[in-house]
Structure formats: structure tokens, C-alpha cells
Design a protein around this ligand. Structure first.
Ligand SMILES: Cc1ncc(COP(=O)(O)O)c(C=O)c1O
Length: 487
């Protein structure tokens, strides 16, 4: 059973209305304020479902409160359906059965689509790369065009990219895939057995959660530290120990959906944890080239050199270049690459030749694309932040140093309701719970800044209208709803 210690809970509660608890002129009694604080941590995914809370005595000591206050707070949580208690064992957190979430309303065809964090192509550069690739195509036409590991020219270009970033890599350590999504599915097919536990950042990339679930493995959430924009590696180490997970999926570079980036010290520690607990790291570098405020630290794989940790890295052309290429890759040791190859032939026989030639050409000259892409994202991020400050000043957003999206905190748990209502106001959204497990993140929305400034401004106007229509900001918003996928 996973447990949260009293000191950790006290830390995560942070400033939770201490004046009211200590008896000054607050409106809520202290035990209610405490129950609300814990309820928000549950709703935000900071305390994963199924986790045991500290004993009343330990929490009373950690918070310097009377035991009666803790007992009453736990009773409130139990009555509200946030705590399940079985005789003789610790109380574990859960979510109440909720009313069905509101049905999504139909969107006009002109709706701004913010469900997807991907940009349109750098059109001229991509067109040129395709024209060049077409000229090279005849040299491939005398072959069957089937290279299940990928075209040698592209495998070498990807290997060179790792060498440039300080990680010795040969082309035979690279398999080209149909996007990072296929790379992840292939790696999971090799490394995640049904029923096995896989640690994930919480929140994390929604389709990674789905891919893990589809293998029959069990994703285990390890909450990110949203207030300090980073990873809680202590929690990762204890989750690895407590669950005996053999695999962890992490997105350390400009993480989707938060934009956070794990620093060099954190990468070294991550690899140490993996080595100490004999856990393989699946490192998703899909967002690596999207450092907007800071350069990207060296790949996690670099810190594994000499350590006992196994690191499998996946990457992609999708975010920095163009998703339409559908080119991604796996970097691993040669035996892992060959083991994935054996699985791949049952799924597909390789990626398209022309797109691989295009990708190789683009990787040979990244400066022809990346600086302009980053500049565009910086500008769009500023537009989105300004529009939110103007129209929804009570929403909190504190961007990470890169990526393509803001992870915005709402004052009320209305994320699913807003995503369901927003289409009627001209915006398509993915609600916060899509990026977590079991209904967490009802107080968060991921807002990508991948579309043009005008679209971002009109999207925020639509989102604000949806929020106000739901009573948001008026102090009588709907009760917490558990997450059901938004269509
Ligand atoms: C973190 C992360 N991994 C993987 C993917 C999938 O990328 P691809 O288009 O290369 O399949 C995405 C796309 O959104 C992503 O954000």
C-alpha cells in the first residue's frame, strides 16, 4: 500500500488557512479548512488514489494541531467520499461517485482547437525538404523500400544528434518509428507485462497513460511539484520502492502538459534511483528542442553512462519540425533495439521512405527550423499569458521554461465542465483529468499555445464565457466531478 508521511502531507498542504485553524476570525472551522486542503490535494492528483493518509496522531504532531481537529477533518473527508476506511487498516484516499459529467456541446466548424499541442508546418522549409527528398528518391527505388529499423541515413542522423548532445551513440542503437507514440507502444510491448506497475509523472501526456493501460500494465502516479515547477524525486524513489515498479515513464524535457524541465542534478538523481531500484527508465524526449527560456540539459541517457541504470529514450520530429512527417525513434542498447524489432514486425514493417529522407535532411540543418519555431512559440505563449491575465485574472498560470502548453490552475474544480461547455463558445479543449488518473486535475486545464495569436485570443474569450456560464468566479461553482474523457 502506498502511504504519505505526515511531514510530506504537511509540506504539500502548504499555507492552508492557518489563521482560521488557530482560531482568529475565519469563517470555516479549522477541521473543515484542513479537510478542504486535503480534498484539493486529492482532486489535483497530489495524493494519488489508494494512498494511505498518516495516522491522526502523526498528523496532529506534524501540523501542531489537536488530535480532535484531525479526527474531525478525516470524518468530513470520509463523509464526503474522499476517504475509505476498513476496520483495522489505514484510511486510503478515494473519490466520491459523482453525477455524470455534462455532455459536450456541439462545436461550430470555426472552433479553435486547443485539444492538440502541435504547430502547423514551417511550410517553405518542409516543402523544400520534400523537393530535395523527391530528387533523392530514385536511389531507393531499386530496393523494396522496407527497412524495419529505418533508413541508414536517418538512423545515422539521429545517432549524430545524440553524439552532438554528449551521448556516444551508433546508428545500430537507433530504430526509426512512426512517431514517438509508436516508439512508446513498441517499448511498452517489450518491457511492460500485463499487471506490471509503471511509474508516471502526474500529470503526464495523455496518450502515454492510454498506451500503458492498453498493455494491461498499471500506471502509478508520482505527483509533480507544481509549486516549485519540478519533480519530487524523493516521492519517485519511495514509489519505486513501495510498488516494486520495474519501469518508469518520464518526460524530463519541457514536459507535456506543464513545460517543466528536469535540471542536471535531477537527471543524475533519476538515474541513481533507477539503478538502485533496478527500474528501467523510458525517457520521452519528444519536446527536447522546445527550450524557450533555457537550453535543454544533456539527455538523461548521458547520466546513465557507467551507472547500473537502463535507459530507453524515445524522440520525435513532431513537435519541433512537423507532426505530419510521423517520424520518431527509439534509442537503446543494440540488444533492446533488436528485441523491439522482433515485436515490430507483427505491428508494421517500417516507416515511409520519403518521410525518412525528409527527416534526415531536416536533422542535418536544424538551425533552418528551430530558432524560428522557438521564437514563434515564445510570442504565442506571451499572447496567451496576457489574454488570460486580462480575461481570467483569477486563474493561475506559471509557465515552465519551454514546451507548447500552459498548465493553468482554476479556482474551482470545473475543468471537465468547461471543456464540455467550451465548444458552444467556439473552443475545443482537453480537460485536466485527461492528463491524470482517476479524475485528478479537475482544477487544471492544459492550454497549448501552438496556434496563431488571433486564435489564442478568441479562444480565451470563449473559455472565459464558458467559465462564467458555469458560475465560475461567482463563488457557487459546481461540486467536484470525476473525470470522464471529453470527446
Ligand atoms: C510527450 C509526448 N510524447 C509523445 C507524443 C507523440 O508524438 P508523435 O507525434 O511523435 O507520435 C507527444 C505528442 O503530443 C507528446 O507530447
Amino acid at each position: 500500500m502506498r502511504v504519505i508521511g505526515a511531514a510530506t502531507l504537511a509540506r504539500d498542504l502548504g499555507r492552508w488557512q492557518p489563521d482560521e485553524v488557530r482560531g482568529s476570525a475565519g469563517r470555516r472551522p479549522g477541521y473543515r479548512a484542513l479537510a478542504d486542503g486535503i480534498r484539493l490535494l486529492i482532486a489535483d492528483g497530489r495524493i494519488p488514489l489508494g494512498t494511505a493518509l498518516p495516522s491522526e496522531r502523526d498528523l496532529a504532531v506534524a501540523l501542531e494541531l489537536s488530535r480532535t481537529t484531525i479526527t474531525s477533518a478525516y470524518t468530513v473527508l470520509r463523509e464526503g467520499g474522499y476517504l475509505a476506511s476498513r476496520q483495522g487498516s489505514r484510511s486510503t484516499v478515494t473519490l466520491p461517485d459523482s453525477a455524470a459529467p455534462p455532455r459536450p456541446t456541439a462545436a461550430p466548424s470555426t472552433a479553435v482547437d486547443l485539444t492538440c499541442a502541435a504547430m502547423s508546418a514551417p511550410a517553405d522549409r518542409i516543402r523544400d525538404a520534400y523537393a530535395d527528398a523527391l530528387r533523392e528518391l530514385p536511389s531507393y527505388l531499386h530496393t523494396a523500400g522496407l527497412e524495419s529499423l529505418g533508413l541508414p541515413v536517418l538512423r545515422e542522423a539521429v545517432a549524430q544528434r545524440y553524439r552532438d548532445r554528449g551521448v556516444p551513440t551508433t546508428a545500430d542503437q537507433i530504430m526509426i518509428t512512426t512517431g514517438a507514440q509508436q516508439a512508446l507502444v513498441l517499448v511498452l510491448a517489450l518491457l511492460a507485462a500485463p499487471g506490471e506497475r509503471v511509474l508516471i509523472d502526474h500529470p503526464t501526456y495523455t496518450n502515454a497513460i492510454e498506451a500503458i493501460k492498453r498493455t494491461g500494465a498499471r500506471p502509478i502516479p508520482v505527483p509533480l511539484r507544481l509549486e516549485s515547477k519540478g519533480w519530487d524525486l524523493g516521492a519517485l524513489r519511495s514509489a519505486a520502492r513501495q510498488t516494486a515498479a520495474k519501469l518508469a515513464y518520464v518526460v524530463p524535457d519541457f514536459h507535456n502538459p506543464t513545460g517543466f524541465c528536469l535540471d542536471e542534478g535531477g537527471r543524475a538523481e533519476l538515474v541513481r534511483i533507477a539503478g538502485d531500484t533496478r527500474m528501467t527508465l523510458v525517457v520521452d524526449e519528444t519536446m527536447t528542442d522546445l527550450g524557450l527560456d533555457a537550453p535543454t540539459p544533456p539527455p538523461v541517457a548521458r547520466f546513465a553512462a557507467g551507472a547500473r541504470a537502463d535507459v530507453v529514450t524515445i524522440g520525435s520530429m513532431s513537435k519541433a519540425y512537423w507532426s505530419g512527417l510521423r517520424i520518431g525513434w527509439i534509442r537503446a542498447d543494440v540488444s533492446t533495439v533488436n528485441a523491439v524489432l522482433a515485436i515490430r514486425s507483427a505491428i508494421d514493417l517500417g516507416s515511409a521512405v520519403l518521410e525518412q529522407v525528409v527527416a534526415a535532411e531536416l536533422l542535418a540543418d536544424p538551425d533552418s527550423v528551430l530558432p524560428a519555431r522557438r521564437e514563434r512559440l515564445r510570442h504565442q505563449r506571451a499572447v496567451l499569458v496576457d489574454a488570460l491575465a486580462e480575461e481570467l485574472p483569477e486563474w493561475r498560470c506559471d509557465p515552465g521554461p519551454g514546451g507548447m502548453a500552459l498548465w493553468v490552475q482554476l479556482p474551482e474544480p470545473l475543468s471537465t465542465a468547461i471543456a464540455a461547455t467550451a465548444p458552444a463558445h467556439g473552443v475545443l479543449l482537453a480537460a485536466g483529468p485527461r492528463f491524470g488518473l482517476e479524475g485528478a486535475f479537475e482544477r487544471y486545464l492544459r492550454l497549448p499555445y501552438a496556434v496563431a495569436p488571433d486564435s489564442l485570443r478568441s479562444a480565451v474569450t470563449g473559455i472565459a464565457a464558458a467559465y462564467r456560464a458555469l458560475g465560475g468566479g461567482a463563488g457557487h461553482a459546481a461540486e467536484l466531478r470525476t473525470g470522464v474523457p471529453v470527446v
